[in-house]
Design a protein around this ligand. Structure first.
Ligand code: KIV
Length: 264
């Protein structure tokens, strides 16, 4: 069944959880979509898990559009959300509308996500007015890695918790249809979830958000550099791929592949 962003609100109202995963290309998007996941984020995490970069900062708008096109092509039912890369929306609201619009117009996304709190409320207001549905993202925002001093849990103090709760409310008022809560204490995520009418999507934010998201390479065992505490690995595809490729190499070297059944 085709999912739309209206279903994010409906699911929250009906107490049904929203499932999200990232994907960055056609085959993985096809698998995630076929599994019935509600929404696919083409995350700027692709800088790390696909491009092999140190952090998410270098990935460009053109690269994000390239990957989002592949994901949109394969997703028949899931909502596709493009992730605004670093400096694609921070410099001016004009840039923000032009770049967010590219995800919708060129890449076939249904919505875009951007990191940041109240300082982006005006940007979200204008994007929403331009018919671009926005998923906000607060807590640990990886584009702020240098200010935050690493990938650290946010909202540890009472003041920081109050600020995150206020940010969430401001972003809801600005028009965001949903909000990612990353790496914050479960109790705070539960409070934000209860006080907002829009859906919260948690990653490292405990079980009481309206939905959950993880990076697909973490879920299926394709990213090894570090595994955050909040990740659950459901498969180890790297091990399976290694086994298959080693066997292929051995058979080529021994001359047992190709066999008669693979020859004309
Ligand atoms: O880039 C990304 O994949 C993300 C999710 C982890 C929320 O922002």
């Amino acid at each position: 069944m085709k999912i739309t962003i209206q279903d994010f609100l409906k699911k929250k109202q009906q107490g049904q959880k929203i499932s999200m995963l990232t994907a960055y290309d056609y085959p993985f998007s096809q698998i995630v979509d076929e599994a019935g996941i509600d929404a696919i984020l083409v995350g700027d995490s692709l800088a790390m898990v696909v491009q092999g970069l140190e952090n998410t900062l270098p990935v460009t708008m053109d690269e994000m559009i390239y990957h989002t096109k592949m994901v949109s092509r394969a997703a028949k039912n899931a909502v596709v959300i493009g992730d605004m890369p670093y400096l694609s929306y921070q410099v001016s609201v004009e840039d923000a509308v032009r770049n967010a619009g590219r995800f919708i117009k060129e890449a076939g996304a249904h919505a875009v996500k951007l990191e940041g709190g109240r300082e982006f409320a005006d940007t979200i207001r204008l994007l929403t007015k331009s018919e671009i549905p926005i998923m906000a993202h607060i807590g640990l925002t990886p584009q702020a890695i240098h200010r935050m001093g690493g990938y650290k849990v946010q909202g540890r103090t009472e003041d920081a918790q109050m600020r995150l709760l206020e940010d969430a409310k401001i972003l809801e008022d600005a028009g965001a249809f949903s909000i990612v809560l990353e790496a914050i204490p479960s109790g705070l995520a539960e409070r934000i979830t209860n006080e907002l009418t829009i859906s919260t999507i948690g990653i490292g934010a405990g079980p009481n958000c309206d939905g959950q998201i993880l990076v697909i390479h973490d879920v299926i065992g394709l990213f090894e550099r570090f595994v955050p505490k909040f990740v659950k690995r459901y498969a180890n595809l790297k091990e399976d791929a290694l086994k298959a490729i080693r066997q292929y190499k051995e058979e080529v070297e021994k001359g047992t592949f190709p066999g008669k059944e693979h020859s004309f």
